[in-house]
Design a protein around this ligand. Structure first.
Ligand code: SF4
Length: 279
């Protein structure tokens, strides 16, 4: 039995069993990433799809995902790879050096590096760090797309090797984070605040009707982002306000497009770079 300190769940994992994220196990009394290098999806995506709008715009990036997640969002867009076990998923092992070589192979097609995305990459952060080092050795860029629900120690280790991040800030109330997503808002805020001092940062908020769509919440959220990096967040950190569609366990109708535009106008009072998504 060993305790995992990667995220707020602090799972006590018995020998040979797995944690709540389905991605970490206990081996010889030590917590290790069970999903290390097990890739379920790989694609050459436009960088704007991450979404990153202020980092090498117009470029492409080799994007990979494994399986597992430490949140339980009822509207998960990627539930097949977030909540399923390795045994039931088609995946193959790709070593860090092999993935970095693949990134180089795609350079002529506009590729700038590797993005860790699709599932929650930080539940297997060791693979992110090992691969990012190989990618940097080849002179290419690294990107992380994450829910940011990870400890300070993980944040510090990963931030050293990542050039740009898009981190979800899914709402701005503890209630929403704890009761709906089974996460921890403060952990995410601490992650964003620290990582933003180390690499390029963009933030995404998925607006779900009746959960996180009021004006006051967007006003406070965007004001907080603007204040990061000693107030430089206003100019340097982009906020992506994204439209929800019914998925997985949630059948609430899709967010009105007008609501997204309205909330974007509120955020623009605090931030220079606000983008709408899925509209
Ligand atoms: S990363 Fe996974 S195993 Fe570790 S505490 Fe979080 S949910 Fe549990």
């Amino acid at each position: 039995m060993a305790e995992c300190n990667v995220c707020h769940n602090k799972c006590n994992i018995p020998e040979g069993r797995i944690g709540a994220c389905l991605a970490r196990t206990c081996k010889n009394g030590k917590v290790v990433p069970y999903n290390y290098g097990m890739i379920t999806s790989i694609a050459l995506d436009p960088i704007e799809k991450k979404p990153l709008n202020l980092f090498y715009p117009g470029s492409k990036i080799v994007s990979v995902g494994s399986y597992g997640c430490n949140l339980r969002c009822p509207f998960c867009q990627n539930h097949e790879i977030s909540y399923d076990l390795e045994d039931s998923l088609p995946c193959r092992y790709i070593a860090p050096s092999e993935l970095a070589d693949t990134a180089v192979d795609y350079e002529p097609q506009g590729n700038i590096g590797v993005a860790f995305t699709y599932n929650e990459p930080l539940v297997g952060y060791e693979y992110v760090v090992d691969t990012a080092k190989e990618v940097h050795q080849r002179g290419m860029k690294t990107v992380l797309v994450s829910n940011g629900c990870a400890s300070r120690a993980v944040c510090e280790e990963v931030s050293e090797h990542i050039d740009a991040m898009n981190i979800d800030l899914k709402g701005f109330t503890d209630d929403y984070y704890e009761k709906v997503l089974h996460g921890n808002r403060q952990l995410v805020m601490d992650f964003i605040a620290h990582a933003a001092t180390r690499c390029h940062m963009e933030v995404t908020t998925l607006v779900v009707p009746g959960y996180n769509d009021n004006d006051d919440e967007m006003e406070r959220l965007s004001d907080w982002v603007a204040g990061l990096n000693g107030g430089k967040g206003k100019e340097t950190i982009a906020l992506h306000i994204s439209r929800y569609f019914p998925r997985f366990h949630l059948d609430t109708p899709a967010t009105d497009v007008d609501k997204i535009y309205h909330l974007a106008d509120i955020a623009r009072k605090n931030l220079d770079n606000v983008f709408t998504g899925n509209c």
